[in-house]
Write a protein that binds this ligand. Structure first.
Ligand SMILES: CC(C)(COP(=O)(O)OP(=O)(O)OC[C@H]1O[C@@H](n2cnc3c(N)ncnc32)[C@H](O)[C@@H]1OP(=O)(O)O)[C@@H](O)C(=O)NCCC(=O)NCCS
Length: 187
């Protein structure tokens, strides 16, 4: 299998997030179908690389189960027509599958299911979501914030390295077809 990221024209990048975007905690009235569709859109680039991330193919029931196992945040865009979900991040997900050794430590917290709508990427919404969970980890007394990512996605690895994360170890989840890289940042 080859993991080659397709060549995609990159849009100009704005420095500041759009002013009509707010990050808030997921509420029961948020649509799991809308959130799942957002995840599928965001992870499509990895799927097109031949990777099979869970968030790129999970159904709405799985999204509900995953989001209720941790603290889920959403970035919403307020328009005249109402709110639209444009990003999400899941702080402290508790998974059924055994996790990597780094995650087992008391001083380490983690996030997962991190996505921004491809239509609106590169505007700092990802950074707003990361700031939110890093703040929550500090409030919970963690000294490290960790994550698991698809190792073949070199552009994503650079994204995290630029934000202070470092490589810790490899891990194989039972539901993916690639090796994961565990990264962590000292808070
Ligand atoms: C990772 C992700 C959540 C980041 O969201 P985002 O809103 O684009 O993040 P930001 O705007 O804060 O930062 C974007 C960075 O990527 C670059 N970028 C991302 N999308 C871009 C686009 N469409 N065009 C140009 N640049 C883009 C920006 O230049 C910026 O780079 P920087 O590190 O030099 O600042 C988003 O790319 C995504 O949903 N990816 C697919 C799902 C995924 O891989 N999730 C992580 C799993 S571990």
């Amino acid at each position: 299998m080859s993991f080659v990221r397709p060549v995609v024209a990159r849009k100009p990048v704005a420095i500041e997030p759009a002013s009509d975007i707010v990050v808030r905690q997921l509420v029961p009235t948020d649509s799991m179908e809308e959130l799942t569709a957002l995840l599928h859109r965001a992870y499509r680039a990895q799927v097109e690389m031949g990777l099979q991330p869970l968030a790129g193919r999970q159904d709405a029931a799985t999204t509900r189960k995953r989001t209720s196992s941790g603290e889920c945040y959403v970035a919403v865009q307020r328009t005249a027509a109402g709110e639209k979900l444009v990003g999400t991040i899941l702080f402290h997900e508790v998974e059924d599958a055994k996790g990597p050794p780094w995650f087992q430590q008391k001083h380490v917290d983690s996030f997962s299911q991190f996505a921004v709508d491809p239509e609106i990427q590169g505007k700092g919404i990802g950074q707003l979501l990361l700031d939110t969970v890093e703040r929550r980890a500090r409030e919970c007394g963690a000294a490290e914030m960790a994550l698991s990512m698809a190792e073949p996605d070199a552009a994503l690895m650079k994204y995290y390295i630029r934000r202070g994360y470092r490589f810790i170890e490899h891990w194989q989840w039972p539901y993916t077809n690639y090796r994961s890289a565990i990264l962590s940042k000292t808070l």
